[in-house]
Design a binder for this molecule. Structure first.
Ligand code: GDP
Ligand code: MG
Length: 163
């Protein structure tokens, strides 16, 4: 079985952008429903020198399960169940939101290995704004930019160590 790496976080923090950069040249799309961006996407990709199953999820939202955000959350929870490593993404440009904090708290209870990615940290803004992400209690945040590729060398290193 391939190690399963799941990208999670609230909507718009940059999960899909990060997922696409990490996936690079896709080996195989396992599950990709065209035109339905809310759905989970899974690809087999070469990450940190090995084949992994990389899973993009819809944004985590706190809402009842009969709403669209609620179903997105249910889908994320299902994705987490078989995960070997969670990439929990936050946005350092907006800063931490109550939703980030709530889900970090929920994630801490799941007992899965989590790497916290302080995303959108390109340029001078990056490292400084990543500091508040320590507050989530999920370990040292790694400043990255899914859009520009900053921090991806370190990201591959940390994934290699975590798997
Ligand atoms: P998702 O909803 O978490 O999957 O987020 P997306 O990947 O769809 O990105 C949401 C928005 O954030 C888009 O407008 C992206 O262009 C923007 N974005 C994604 N990554 C970065 C980044 O590294 N830096 C900046 N400045 N913007 C980003
Ligand atoms: Mg997305």
């Amino acid at each position: 079985m391939l190690p399963r790496i799941v990208v999670m976080g609230r909507p718009n923090v940059g999960k899909s952008t990060l997922f696409n950069r990490l996936a690079g040249r896709r080996i195989a799309i396992v599950d990709d429903t065209p035109g339905v961006t809310r759905d989970r996407k899974e690809v087999v990709a070469r990450v940190a020198g090995r084949d992994v199953l990389l899973v993009d999820t819809a944004g985590l939202e706190e809402a009842p399960p009969d709403t669209i955000p609620g179903r997105m959350r249910a889908s994320s929870e299902a994705a987490l169940r078989d995960a070997d490593l969670i990439l929990f993404v936050v946005d350092v440009r907006t800063g931490l939101t109550p939703s980030d904090r709530a889900f970090a708290q929920w994630l801490r209870r799941q007992g899965k290995p989590v790497l916290v990615l302080a995303n959108k940290a390109e340029g001078r803004l990056g490292a400084a704004n990543s500091l508040e992400v320590y507050e989530l209690g999920l370990g040292a945040p790694l400043p990255v930019s899914g859009e520009h590729g900053d921090g991806f060398g370190e990201l591959h290193d940390e994934i290699r160590e975590a798997l």
